[in-house]
Design a protein around this ligand. Structure first.
Ligand SMILES: C[S@@+](CC[C@H](N)C(=O)[O-])C[C@H]1O[C@@H](n2cnc3c(N)ncnc32)[C@H](O)[C@@H]1O
Length: 200
């Protein structure tokens, strides 16, 4: 399936790491500490890009845990592999809407700055539900509110111009349709965080 985002993000891969400030990294570390990552977990980083979360996640899950990154931009995935050649991290070139993993493979999913770009968000949530173990969580994270994000995407333009997160009400309905429960959604300047639990 052709998705305009693939070529768009391929072109950004080489310089992507420079888009993060020291403050962004601090805030991400704080968030990773807050979402309940524990030792031994197998985490799926959905739309991992160059792997900005990998080091934080791999330290939190320890040697008995594992971090799998997925990205359908070949260049992003390659950069992520080069950035983090650790034994408890691997990167798979795949589409979030058709994940090459068995049912109930993961203890947690983190989708940082990627969910707005999924061209079929409902299918991505269905897939997230399928590959998560019972009672495990998906975390959809942005370091800005949905309002701020829309402004950023308009400014960036190209393939991401209209990329968005649905309204809180619609996102709840979508999560429920994909059999997630206990949705908690925060949306304020500097942070969007949606957490939901797999109802398996
Ligand atoms: C804005 S970047 C964020 C990357 C990374 N999470 C970060 O914050 O540095 C969005 C990423 O999502 C990936 N992406 C978009 N749609 C995707 C899809 N359907 N399946 C897999 N990856 C996708 C893009 O290739 C891109 O690397």
């Amino acid at each position: 399936m052709h998705d305009k985002h693939q070529a768009f993000f391929d072109k950004l891969a080489e310089e992507w790491d420079y888009t993060f400030t020291a403050e962004d990294l601090d805030r991400l570390r704080h968030l990773v500490g807050k979402i309940g990552v524990t030792e031994g977990m197998h985490i799926l980083d959905l739309g991992c890009g160059t792997g900005i979360l990998f080091d934080m996640l791999r330290r939190a899950v320890g040697e008995s845990g594992f971090v799998t990154g997925v990205d359908f931009s070949f260049e992003m995935a390659q950069k992520a592999r080069r950035n983090f050649p650790f034994p408890n991290v691997s990167v798979v070139d795949a589409d979030a809407t058709a994940l090459p993993f068995a049912d109930s493979s993961f203890d947690m999913i983190v989708a940082f700055a990627s969910f707005p770009h999924f061209s079929n968000q409902q299918r991505a949530l269905d897939e997230a539900h399928r590959v998560l173990k019972a009672n495990s969580k998906i975390n959809i994270i942005q370091l800005e509110s949905t309002k701020e994000m829309v402004e950023i995407h308009h400014k960036v333009g190209g393939a991401v111009t209209d990329d968005d997160i649905p309204s809180e009400e619609t996102l709840r309905e979508m999560l429920q349709k994909s059999k997630f429960v206990n949705e908690q959604i925060e949306d304020h300047p500097g942070l969007f965080l949606a957490v939901a639990t797999n109802s398996k």
